[in-house]
Design a protein around this ligand. Structure first.
Ligand code: HEC
Length: 133
């Protein structure tokens, strides 16, 4: 095989992977868009709910909210009393422990590496409270 041939092969591989990548991106984006259309209405109030405390709101925005305000995730949603009732029945201490260690689909610390135990407890109580009228 000449040097030229192998150049051509690597060009072809390059193009195939680019095509594959763009097909994957298209599939991914249309999935995300379709999901957005389906869930945008019930998600609207959820999107806006934030802890009153600014520091807690910041932690919530960059961690818990990514799942606990997304109806398509299997996380108990913020303000969804039905979903939180059986969980709160375990006691806040157990829930904090589960938040730290991870629990089922819930990743350890909910990706909030800087969250203290007290902040996790406050975030959980916020999520498990009914929406303000
Ligand atoms: C990557 C998504 C994700 C993030 C981020 C996330 N959670 Fe969760 N969380 C879940 C899912 C999914 C469940 C349901 C787990 C189950 O029951 O299998 C859950 C469940 C919980 C539970 C209930 C545990 C129990 O014992 O029933 C608590 C408490 C909780 N999350 C707190 C938090 C807090 C606090 C944050 C932010 C610091 C957070 N989560 C961030 C996905 C997430």
């Amino acid at each position: 095989m000449s040097l030229h041939d192998s150049d051509e092969i690597s060009q072809n591989v390059h193009w195939t992977s680019r095509l594959l990548l763009s097909a994957m991106l298209t599939a991914f984006c249309s999935g995300v868009l379709a999901q957005d259309v389906n869930t945008s209405k019930p998600a609207r109030g959820l999107e806006q709910r934030m802890p009153a405390d600014p520091q807690l709101a910041e932690l919530y925005r960059y961690s818990c909210k990514a799942c606990h305000a997304v109806p398509a995730s299997s996380a108990p949603l913020t303000g969804d009393m039905e979903a939180w009732k059986p969980r709160m029945a375990k006691g806040v201490d157990v829930l904090v422990q589960h938040a730290i260690e991870g629990f089922g689909g819930m990743p350890p610390l909910g990706f909030c590496m800087e969250c203290s135990r007290a902040e996790l407890a406050a975030l959980i109580i916020f999520m498990a409270s009914p929406p303000a009228q």
